[in-house]
Design a protein around this ligand. Sequence first.
Ligand code: ZN
Length: 243
Amino acid sequence: MAGIIPPDKLEQIRAASDIIDVIGAVLPLKRAGANFTALCPFHKEKSPSFNVNPHRQIFHCFGCHKGGDVFTFVREYENLSFIEAVKRLADRASIPLEFDNQPGQQQARHLKEALLQMHEGIAQRWQTALANDAGGQIARDYLAKRGVSEEAIKLFRLRYAPEVWDDTVNWAKSKGYELPVVEQGGLIIRKEETDRYYDRFRGRLMFPICDEQGADHWLQRTRPLRRREDREVCELAGDADLH
Ligand code: ZN
C-alpha cells in the first residue's frame, strides 16, 4: 500500500522540514543576503551557484538549473523515489505516516482508487489522441511503419500523449481533478517556484502496463517520438523508459 500519501499529510511534512536545516545537514551553507549558497552537489563547480531561499523554501542552481522544494532536494541528493524522500523527511520530523493506521489506510485506498480511475481516464484521452488527433499523425505513421495493425493498437490499448505542455493539465481540470493529486499520480509536474503545472508525458507513444487484475496502472512504458526537420520521418529519441 505504500506509495500514496494524502496531500494534507504531505503539507504537514513539508512544513516540518525546513529546507535550510535539511540541506544544511549535508552541505556547508553560507549566508548570502537573504539566501544561502553552497557548491552545487549536482554538478562540478569551483564557485558556488547553488542557492537556497529560506523564505520560499526552495533551492536552485544557476549552473545546472536543478531546483525545487525540500522533497525534490532529498529525492535528487539521496537518489530516492518521491515517496521514499517523503518517508525520509517524515521520519526525520517524527511524523507517523497515516497508512500505518486504519483510517489512514482507508484514505490511502480511496486515493489509490481515484488515481486508478484517473489513469483509466487519461488512457482514454490518449487513445483518442492516437486515433483521431491531428497531432497524433506522427504516432500513427510510426506504428504503420513498424507494421502494428489497428487491431493490435486496440488490443494492447496503445495511446499517444500529445506533444504540448498542457493537454493532461487541461484534461485533469475539465474532469475536476485537483492538480496536486494528478501530480502524485505521476502525470504532471509542478513548475518550480509556482503553483503551475505542466504535462509529464509529451510527444510519447504510451504502452500500458497492467496489474494482476488487469487494471491499467500508473506504470506506463513510453517511447518519445520526434519529427526530423523534413517533417516526414519519425525517429526514435532514446530508449523507451519506465516511470
Ligand atoms: Zn548545479
